[in-house]
Structures are given as structure tokens and as C-alpha cells.
Design a protein around this ligand. Sequence first.
Ligand SMILES: NC(=O)c1ccc[n+]([C@@H]2O[C@H](COP(=O)([O-])OP(=O)(O)OC[C@H]3O[C@@H](n4cnc5c(N)ncnc54)[C@H](OP(=O)(O)O)[C@@H]3O)[C@@H](O)[C@H]2O)c1
Length: 331
Amino acid sequence: MKALIITDQSEPVEIVEKPIPEPINGQVRVKLKAAALNRRDQWIRQGMYPNIQFGKVLGSDGAGVIEAIGEGVSESLVGKEVIINPNVNWGSDPKAQASDYSVLGMPTHGTFAEYIVVEVDRLQDKPEHLNWSEAAALPLAGLTAYRALFHHGAASAGKIVLISGVGGGVAQFAFQFALAAGCNVYVTSGSKEKMQKCISMGAKGAYSYREEAWFKKVQKETDGFDVVIDSAGGNQINDFIKIMKPAGRIVFYGATNGTPEKLDMFRMFWNQITLQGSTMGNDQEFEAMVAFVNEHQIKPVVDSERPFDQIISAFDEMKAGKQFGKLVLEF
Ligand SMILES: NC(=O)c1ccc[n+]([C@@H]2O[C@H](COP(=O)([O-])OP(=O)(O)OC[C@H]3O[C@@H](n4cnc5c(N)ncnc54)[C@H](OP(=O)(O)O)[C@@H]3O)[C@@H](O)[C@H]2O)c1
């Protein structure tokens, strides 16, 4: 089968031929129909991820058809259309992952291959309203957005929510989930087009984080936010602190722009502000996320689809950051 692996060569990702993997006890083999990129895959390509193991197949997101089963797995599952939960060993504590937790696609072989073998309990039925590309776009980003927004952000109908950097793979889910939950949703973006698109999808307001004083406009036009969902981090965290309602929650699942040089702790304690980190989500949250997507018939935004053998161009687009929605590979 064709698979994309990470190497120690000058172009660190390459498509190679590998044997088709065989499922053993409790495992199944899925023939992938589509897979999707995450920022994590590009971090690994750039060598900016902990414990990279050369030769591993990358990719955390995928959807496909169960093709073969190992011992102890019901034969009736063959032919089932599934999506893959990218959690590997979350562990027994719903509040946080175990120390041996990892995300599918490093160090376990991932979804950028024609076939993958996974434990049968990693699979969920593919939502019927999604095509293969949309289904493959959902798992990692949907799970991350779901936990950040609902568990840590406690977002619910009527809450005023800001989704920062809405063009991001995770942020676009946070945006759609918040709208579906009946929140009043605002966004920031570096792109006017993405801002307009979000207004047309139901955002109450959109601001450009490229304008230095964007948060002053927010102060004029709103009464502040109950929840901010962010992955950029950096000094902008202090702008968020200025535009929170009392007892507001800033939830961050990434820090693409690094840590802030200083933090306005005075305003934080006076206004009872929470700054909360979030990573992925537990297996119950994965199930709940898929149920939420089915209930609200949410469709992931797919930026583009291309054949698997053009995957390197998708990595380059991810690096350039021009996409709105997920970059999908078809097999
Ligand atoms: N902890 C976890 O479980 C977890 C899971 C997934 C991702 N992450 C991390 O979260 C980050 C985002 O991941 P992703 O897959 O969503 O990446 P992505 O699709 O590449 O999105 C990045 C987005 O960041 C936005 N951005 C850039 N500069 C910004 C700024 N100054 N203020 C606000 N937004 C800004 C851009 O939004 P616009 O396009 O709208 O300008 C861009 O689209 C990465 O660091 C990733 O490693 C963590």
C-alpha cells in the first residue's frame, strides 16, 4: 500500500510502499476513503513535535470501510462505514489524559495510508449526512473544539462567545458548534473573506486581529464575552482579558504565537477570569461530539480535496495558512 512516512531526509515526508497491515486480537483493518491534515502533521514535518520516530505513518484523521477483522471481533462489522477516534490510551480519568497517552499518527501509524489497523473500540459509525471528505475532516479538530467549548468553556445557549482565528481547523468547528448550541458568536480572523463568510453563516460580529486595536472596537460594540476560544496565544491573551465579562473563561488549545511576555494578572483576579488550557478530549467526549454533529446535521468546512499522491502540496498549503476549513486527501 502507499503510505506517507516521516524520514530523516532533506524532504522529511515521503510516500513509500508498505505491506498492508494485518489486524490481530481486538483489531480491525480499515480501507481509508479519505484522510485530513492537521497543523500537528506540519509541526512533525518541521521537526517541531516531541519524540518524533522516523518511519512512522503520519495522519490523525480518517474515514473508511472496515475490510478485515482480527480475533474476537464480530464478522458483522465487515463493510461498516466508520470514522476513527484519534485518541490512543486516554486512560480512566475523564479530566485529563494518562501519561502514556498519544494521538494517532505518532508514534502509532496514522491515517495517511491506503489502509490502517486500529483497535475496534476506536471506531464510530460515519455520520450519514457527511460525505467521505467531511467525515475524515471531523475527528481530531471536532473533538478538540468540543472539549474546549463545552467542557472548559461551559458554553450554552445565550452565552456570548468569541472564536479567535476562526479560519483554523479546530476553530471552524468551535464556531459551528457554538452557533448550533445557540450561543451569540463573534469571531476574529486575519482574513476579510473569512470574516465575511462567518457573518453570512450567523456570526454576530467579526474583527481582524491584524488591526492592533481590534479589541477597542469590541469594547465599543459589545458588553464583553463569556467565553473566548483561542489557539494563537502570545501577547494577545492580554487583549482577551480586557474584553471578558466578569467570570469569563479564556480557553486555549494551542500557542502558535508563543507565550505572552507578561500577563495582566491584576485584571484577571479582579474580574474573576479563568485562563484554561485544553487538549483533545476523552472518549466519552468523542462520542458526544459525533452525536452533537448528527443531531445538528453539522457539516465540516472542507477547504479542498485532492488525491493522496498530492499530499505534499496540502502540507505546503497548511504551512502557508490560507485555507478555510480542512485540507482533505482522497484514496
Ligand atoms: N491541544 C490540542 O489538542 C490541539 C489540537 C489541535 C490543534 N492544536 C494546536 O492549535 C493550533 C491551531 O491548530 P489548527 O489545526 O486549528 O491550525 P490551523 O488550521 O493551521 O489554524 C491556525 C489559525 O490560527 C489563526 N491565527 C493566526 N494568527 C493568529 C492570531 N494572531 N490571532 C488569532 N488567530 C490567529 C489563523 O486564523 P485565520 O485564518 O482566521 O486568520 C489560522 O487559520 C496549533 O498550534 C495546533 O498545534 C492543539
